[in-house]
Design a binder for this molecule. Sequence first.
Ligand code: CUA
Length: 337
Amino acid sequence: MRRGPIVALLGIGALAAAIATAVALLFPWLPHPASDERDRIDFVTWFTVAICIAIFAVVAAVMIYAVIRFRAAPDDDSDGSPVHGNTQLEIIWTLVPTVLVTAIAIVSAVVLARNDALAKDTLTIDVTAQQFAWSFTYPEAKNLTTGTLRVPLGRSVDLHFTSKDVIHSFWVQEFGQKQDTVPGIQTHLHITPNKVGTYPVICTELCGLGHAVMRTEVVVMPAAAFDKWLKGQTSQTSSSSTGTSGLAVFTNNQCSGCHTLRAANAQGKIGPDLDKLPQYAQQAGQSDLAGFIRQSIVQPNDYVQPGFPKNVMPPFDLPKPQLDALVQYLIQSSKKG
Ligand code: CUA
């Protein structure tokens, strides 16, 4: 081969690679990462992207060069010269992709194995999915149950999933992984959070009417703050109802995701407006406001305020002190409202 074509091919290839690299690096393609597992998955992504850019550069160089250099004249109706087979080229274009795909497979396998490896001090959290809410139980803390997931920074966390009804899917995009929850089997997901923050937990499996509202949050806390929170919660649940704050129960169970309540600064519009609870009770012909509210939390679908969808709110099976505190809190807040 003469020098001219080689320089041209290298030049076009370098330009194509530069453009593709700029497109890859200048745009924020991936959401912010917040776990060790996600960092490893991102590494696999970029490893693959780098290989793709190299292949793109080679293909673009050969194609653009051929289009320009071997362009037929407008009046050239002749057939091209018959070309058949090139053993050397065929070996190269079989061998190179084989090596690259094998390399991606090995890197992926290593990442999968490391992502699944639990640390010695792994914190286990039981996650229950049901139409249409998440709840999180901490066996380490006397089975404390909350509606918001809290996890300590830098500690290996193993989430054990069970579903009460249909298939749901747990997804926190900052953690980079999804896990289905399947009735009848326990699935699990390992995460090691590495950035303090609050991230959305989203259900990504169409699971019924309230699928779109099946969301909550995960709060990644510094380890010391997490331990303090866990201790505070356990002493609270074991003490009498006077120790439990209704607002805390309201917040922990993500009520604000669907309901409006001025006292709690909640602005949800999916479920009934809780500032109007006394009116709703009246409309339902209930003189016992506390009983009406209690029933609406424990068996929400027995009676649903007209104008709001049925079977969207899941029954909440709260420990008695928490339920009592929440009912009292809603009575007081709605009377003010
Ligand atoms: Cu649960 Cu969608």
